[in-house]
Design a protein around this ligand. Structure first.
Ligand code: IPD
Ligand code: CA
Ligand code: CA
Length: 273
């Protein structure tokens, strides 16, 4: 926990030092951005973790997997979760460091780059923000809830792009936010400021840390159908527990929207060729 916290805090400070500089932004695929800040943050985290845990597997967003897959422990690192926000100067982004033990998330540290908040949780140890205990909300009705979700980078290639689910829950709740950082979305479910979260097309580095936070703050995290979640499956439903079965039932009912957007391309704006 201490090593992960040191790495997350140092990486967040490094990311802040890029603020105001004009960043060169590369597109890995349409809409999926990477900057020098992502890479510098990742190098710094890797250096710290490698120094302390040379035996462990480390999976990072930009460098892939390092170390023997036989190891008991595997670190899941997102050096900058919220790259699109960061590249536009929108202050909602995080460093996310999660640890799996035999594929099960057991430790999570998330640092909010711009607010400086440090979220930490360990299995059986509770969850904290800036060393103070946090708890999920007690909202019991979807009609009283504020939810959050996101849209994966393949959203233009698949009709299963979460647009229908977004509309569905927007209709039933006080609102659905699209934060742009899965790690912070989960952290805010853990603090009770948001009541639930679902998303598809995720990577293990987006969610490993946040899963531990939500569970340790008293919430529930499963697959969409309520079965045990696999961090490699890409799909996740997280809630304060009270809303879980209602969210599960609603997710099961949603059908993709009639295709009003052409799959495969960015829709043209009216009047523009
Ligand atoms: C993205 C963010 C976003 C989520 C995307 C992720 P990145 O991570 O977490 O909220 O909707 O699916 O890929 O690319 O900013 O690290
Ligand atoms: Ca991410
Ligand atoms: Ca990232």
């Amino acid at each position: 926990m201490d090593v992960a916290s040191e790495a997350a805090l140092e990486a967040a400070a490094l990311l802040r030092s890029y603020g105001g500089n004009s960043l060169t932004v590369e597109e890995k695929r349409p809409g999926d951005l990477v900057t020098a800040a992502d890479r510098a943050s990742e190098d710094l985290i890797l250096k710290i973790l490698r120094r302390h845990f040379p035996e462990d597997v480390i999976l990072t967003e930009e460098s892939g997997q390092q170390g023997s897959a036989q190891g008991l422990y595997a670190w899941m690192i997102d050096p900058l979760d919220g790259t699109t926000n960061f590249a536009h100067g929108y202050p909602f982004a995080a460093v996310s460091i999660g640890l799996l033990q035999s594929r099960e998330p057991v430790l999570g540290v998330i640092c909010d780059v711009f607010r400086g908040d440090l979220f930490r949780a360990g299995q059986g140890m509770g969850a904290t923000r800036n060393h103070k205990p946090i708890q999920v909300s007690t909202t019991k009705e979807l009609s009283h809830s504020l939810l959050v979700t996101g849209f994966a980078y393949d959203r233009r290639e698949t009709p299963d792009n979460n647009y229908a689910e977004f509309c569905h829950f927007t209709h039933l709740t006080q609102g659905v936010r699209r934060g742009g950082s899965a790690a912070l979305d989960l952290a805010y479910v853990a603090t009770g400021q948001l009541d639930g979260y679902w998303e598809r097309g995720l990577s293990p580095w987006d969610i490993a840390a946040g899963i531990v936070l939500v569970r340790e703050a008293g919430g529930k995290v499963t697959a969409y159908d309520g079965s045990p979640v696999d961090v490699y499956s890409g799909r996740l439903l997280a809630s304060n527990g009270w809303l879980h079965s209602a969210m599960q039932q609603e997710l099961a009912q949603v059908r993709p929207l009639p295709v009003s957007f052409p799959v495969g391309g960015i829709p043209k704006q009216p009047g523009k060729d």
